[in-house]
Ligand binder design. Structure first.
Ligand SMILES: NC(=O)c1ccc[n+]([C@@H]2O[C@H](COP(=O)([O-])OP(=O)(O)OC[C@H]3O[C@@H](n4cnc5c(N)ncnc54)[C@H](OP(=O)(O)O)[C@@H]3O)[C@@H](O)[C@H]2O)c1
Length: 175
């Protein structure tokens, strides 16, 4: 689905030690620092997200065009684009990226969408949350042979962060 001049697909996720990313269509934690980082990493880039994640956010995000994936042909998302298949979502996101010269498309989750785009994803920005939580949405298991850690950052935990966490960047290994 991608060509040499296509914007790269970057998945951005916060996951617990046991792979949980969501519960009852919400995040299992409150990490103010991570939300700020998410904003900085996504600003100006088209984003693809699942309908359930869109519902959980409940509004457009300033400075970012959102493509919502749903199988419901009647679904409308005020202030966002709607796509019926991953291929259609990618085509829309690429068109939006071309309009603004964005070099990355953000895969914003949740679990279904991370899984659907994983084969095309080149970079994963992970917030590793130091919790084991109950949940009903998970990040897919990664094959370490396919991914190389290129960056790790351990920021200070802020007063509005409910858990310890650190940031890891994974890049797909080239054969
Ligand atoms: N921690 C994180 O970084 C992070 C990031 C994002 C989300 N989350 C959490 O993850 C949870 C949501 O994830 P989720 O896996 O339940 O749902 P999701 O991936 O956000 O959305 C799933 C929905 O997307 C649509 N969809 C999925 N695959 C499709 C396909 N191939 N073609 C067309 N439409 C498709 C379907 O919508 P329809 O049912 O409308 O057909 C499906 O029900 C929430 O708890 C959220 O807070 C966490």
């Amino acid at each position: 689905m991608s060509g040499p001049t296509s914007p790269r697909l970057v998945a951005i996720v916060a996951r617990a030690r046991n792979g949980v990313i969501g519960v009852d269509n919400d995040l299992p934690w409150r990490l103010s620092s991570d939300l700020k980082r998410f904003k900085a990493l996504t600003m100006g880039k088209p984003m693809i997200m699942g309908r359930r994640t869109w519902d959980s956010i409940g509004r457009p995000l300033p400075g970012r065009e959102i493509v919502v994936l749903t199988r419901d042909p009647t679904f409308r998302a005020e202030g966002a684009h709607v796509a019926a298949t991953p291929g259609e979502a990618l085509a829309t996101a690429r068109r939006l990226a071309a309009l603004t010269d964005a070099t990355e498309i953000v895969i914003a989750g949740g679990g279904d969408i991370f899984r659907a785009f994983l084969p095309e994803t080149e970079t994963i920005e992970i917030t590793e949350v130091a919790l084991d939580c109950d949940g009903d949405a998970h990040f897919p298991a990664l094959d370490p042979a396919e991914w190389e850690e290129t960056c790790c950052e351990r920021p200070e935990r802020g007063p509005r962060d409910e858990a310890d966490f650190h940031y890891v960047t994974l890049r797909r290994r080239r054969p």
